[in-house]
Design a protein around this ligand. Structure first.
Ligand code: 3PG
Length: 213
């Protein structure tokens, strides 16, 4: 494990680097070479989305074989998902939204949940349950940089990881905001490069992303 077995907080995970690759993994055999390519490019956190049958096995393999990478899951929709991610060795869970069942499963759970919000009311619900590190999703469609600036006034204690529609070109606009710790996006490790096994291109994309500009 990247943290010698210690449970990392959401804040620690979201401050590890400026960009978190969001990955759809169709073949678990790609997990380890992908993690190594990202690491070679300077990335230390990866989000494997639970959108494919290979996702949990991929998280399991990265956790066991590339412990320098903090592997977690995205598209965590249910309390069963959350438990399965923790059992697979995932170190965090990210959800596109929030539900009472997810909050209950995350409460004192083995791994941190980073819930997604897109409105002030959802943010207030998350804050009321003690969550201060949130995913802002879908970032570009939900108001982007201007929305995050507007949320900072009433909610100065909240830190965001915006995701959805973010690219190498616009990520610096998000990263310049004081309430953004990192951004998430699929551009660093797109499915077509993973399926081709083009690890060199992924490493190059990771180098640019890890520089945050
Ligand atoms: C997602 O849920 O797929 C993530 O938010 C990534 O979005 P992106 O493909 O627009 O980077």
């Amino acid at each position: 494990m990247a943290n010698n077995g210690k449970k990392l907080s959401a804040l620690e995970i979201l401050h590890t680097g400026p960009v978190v690759p969001v990955v759809v993994l169709r073949n678990a055999d790609h997990a380890v070479p992908l993690a190594k390519a990202l690491l070679a490019g300077g990335i230390r956190v990866v989000e494997i989305t639970l959108r494919s049958a290979a996702a949990l096995e991929g998280i399991r393999r990265i956790s066991a074989e590339v412990p320098e990478i903090i592997a977690g899951a995205g598209t965590v929709l249910t309390s069963d998902d959350l438990r399965a991610v923790a059992q697979a060795g995932g170190q965090f869970a990210i959800s596109p939204g929030l539900t009472p069942a997810l909050f209950a499963a995350a409460h004192d759970g083995p791994i941190p949940l980073i819930p997604g919000i897109a409105t002030p009311s959802e943010l207030m619900l998350a804050q009321e349950r003690g969550f201060t590190e949130l995913k802002f999703f879908p970032a570009e469609a939900a108001g982007g940089v201007e929305m995050l600036k507007a949320l900072h006034g009433p909610f100065p204690r909240i830190t965001f990881c915006p995701t959805g529609g973010i690219s190498q070109e616009n990520c610096k606009n998000y990263l310049s905001l004081s309430n953004v710790s990192c951004v998430g996006g699929s551009w660093i490790a797109p499915p077509e490069l993973i399926e081709k096994g083009d690890w060199d291109t992924i490493s190059e994309l990771a180098v640019n992303a890890a520089s945050g500009n």
